[in-house]
Design a protein around this ligand. Structure first.
Ligand SMILES: CC(C)(COP(=O)([O-])OP(=O)(O)OC[C@H]1O[C@@H](n2cnc3c(N)ncnc32)[C@H](O)[C@@H]1OP(=O)(O)O)[C@@H](O)C(=O)NCCC(=O)NCCSC(=O)/C=C/C[N+](C)(C)C
Length: 267
């Protein structure tokens, strides 16, 4: 799809620089996500997915104290049902968005808990400032940290994941880094510049290869190794087929032979 008008709506602000989209969650007091916010986030990430001019997204939040404490418990207490309509991307607009084959970076400042941590875990790379704190306190609000319950035991040691899920205890950025959840811990002042630095690096990378990586990684979660490999070599993933039939494939090889940097066109 060609370049489209990006929405900045209600608590969701967006800005772009070249192929990078920055999405800011700005919903005082704590950036909690209610159904309406989740639906807007879904439309923003859907537009990002479908806009050929955009290659990388950043998800961040406004304010020093909270990245996001997850589900808006006041809205829930007021009647938002737990199984309500979270929109096209599921909770936070990104957790279940189909076909999101572009890199998304999350920049976490302050408190990141419950569904807020689940949204961060839906991104591909996470940076956090040294004032970030994390928890899955859903046990106290009588809900299941649904996506984290599926993802965490696959990403960090089982016994650590179970400790976090069953106790809801808080952990800091250094511990999150130790478990491999974070790429980097920065000062609060450096978080955004470091995140943009990474986004610019990814923006200069090969978008068709990134798309293939993301589709294959997602599919491989439910597939056997040999079946996944066969599907890659037989070009049975749409993204791999597109990559192998693209000029970018030859551009990478030409650039190597000519001792220059490749110029990726995404076609
Ligand atoms: C310990 C927390 C995180 C921080 O405590 P504090 O004392 O430093 O700050 P305070 O509680 O005064 O918070 C400032 C204001 O922000 C409001 N707030 C905080 N969290 C939420 C929230 N989740 N929803 C709505 N509003 C929130 C808080 O009420 C204060 O406003 P007022 O000044 O009172 O007007 C502490 O805030 C805390 O424990 N928060 C709840 C964290 C939590 O339990 N998160 C998990 C929610 S369940 C979830 O995310 C499930 C997701 C799955 N699914 C999508 C399927 C439902």
């Amino acid at each position: 799809m060609a370049k489209m008008e990006l929405r900045s709506e209600g608590p969701i602000k967006t800005r772009t620089e070249n192929g990078i989209l920055e999405v800011t969650l700005d919903r005082p007091k704590a950036n909690a996500i209610d159904l309406a916010t989740s639906r807007i986030m879904g439309l923003v990430f859907r537009d990002f997915r479908d806009d050929d001019s955009l290659r990388v997204a950043i998800l961040r939040a406004e304010g020093e104290k909270f990245f996001c404490p997850g589900w808006d418990l006041k809205a829930a207490a007021g009647g938002d049902p737990v199984d309500g309509d979270y929109g096209v991307g599921g909770f936070g607009g990104i957790q279940e968005l189909p076909g999101l084959n572009k890199p998304v970076i999350c920049a976490v400042n302050g408190i990141c808990c419950g569904g807020g941590l689940e949204v961060a875990l839906s991104c591909d790379i996470i940076l956090a400032s040294d004032n970030a704190t994390f928890a899955l306190p859903e046990i106290r609000s009588g809900t299941v940290a649904d996506a984290a319950t599926i993802k965490l035991p696959k990403r960090i040691p089982y016994h650590v994941a179970m400790d976090l899920l069953l106790t809801g205890r808080w952990f800091d950025a250094e511990e999150a880094l130790r478990w491999g959840l974070l790429r980097e811990v920065t000062t609060p002042g450096d978080l955004l510049s470091k995140t943009w630095e990474l986004a610019r690096l990814l923006e200069s990378g090969p978008p068709l290869v990134y798309a293939a990586i993301k589709e294959v990684v997602r599919a491989a979660e439910d597939m056997r190794f040999q079946d996944t490999l066969n599907r890659i070599t037989k070009r049975q993933f749409a993204t791999v087929d597109r990559l192998y039939g693209s000029d970018d494939l030859h551009e990478g090889q030409r650039a190597f032979a000519e001792k220059r940097d490749p110029v990726w066109r995404g076609r």
